[in-house]
Ligand binder design. Sequence first.
Ligand SMILES: [Zn+2]
Ligand SMILES: [Zn+2]
Length: 342
Amino acid sequence: MAFKCQRWTLANALPVIFVLWIIATVYGTHAWLHLRPLRERDARSFCVEAAVSNTLTALLLVCLGRAMFTDPGSVPDVPEWRDAQGGVWGSWQGARGGPVSRDPTGEDGSVVHEVKQTGGRRFCKWCDSYKPDRCHHCRVCKSCVLRMDHHCPWIANCVGFRNHKYFFLLVLYSFLSCAFILATMSQSLLRSLSLEYRSSRERFLMVFGLTLACIMALLLKAFLGLHIWLMLKATTTIELCEKRSRQGCSKPPPSYEQGAYENLRAVLGPHPLLWLLPVAPPAGDGLHFPVREARARAATGAGPGTAARAPAGAAGGGGALLGPEAEAGAPPALGEEPAVAR
Ligand SMILES: [Zn+2]
Ligand SMILES: [Zn+2]
């Protein structure tokens, strides 16, 4: 199913315009009030600082564009995800959320770990299709999004499987850019107070730009820290919220942790040398994710060596509480709304 581009309303475009205004204001005040006087005073420092500033800003803008316009990933419009009797899911009984008849591990290795409380497959009534693991419906984008992290109003797009890397790099380069501007332009502000003459208008604009950069740096630092932690834990913002609201549950949700290196590769792509560049997104289809074996067994209720057995309580509805629907009991549930919208 193609990602539906129904998000460009005026209300959705305003936060994007605000972000572009912040970038232009901070970059403009730095270039005009810090770099320009620096060129006349110290040509060597000017070359270094201008190169760093322009490189960070260019990377930031490329990441912003890619995060904004890359399809985060949606459920394929193929019978396997529409027809309960067809494809690799033909072993599942009943249509649209019927009980699970046996372990969801197919002959081809296809696995689904997140099911409803009743044991049925998760189904999106808005998109009229089944949901793969880690997929959630976004009502702003009007589409199911693969490995959805959250809907971000600042890029007017969902952060999902295919654009998560660009979003993370956008946060990283925005923070670095703000920190660099803070460190360098504050020197110009100090000079203007003692050594250099500046008009009151220039001083005001310098303080304004610095304040804006400082606020953004503080916000981005917290956000960057959270997303690095989430990446290392192989979880998403929605999954973190679900785990917290499900604390005390006897059955843990599936863990997608594969070790720090593999967790980073799952978001930043297969080549470590390209991790910090807005190219080479992660491999995979966004439909299937490896689960730690022990957790997988617990999640499906099957003991060691009994992989083909039915999930515990799958038919009776008292089994593993997996997936967003499980928490709410029936769709629509927690995961169908973007749990966190930034
Ligand atoms: Zn949907
Ligand atoms: Zn969305």
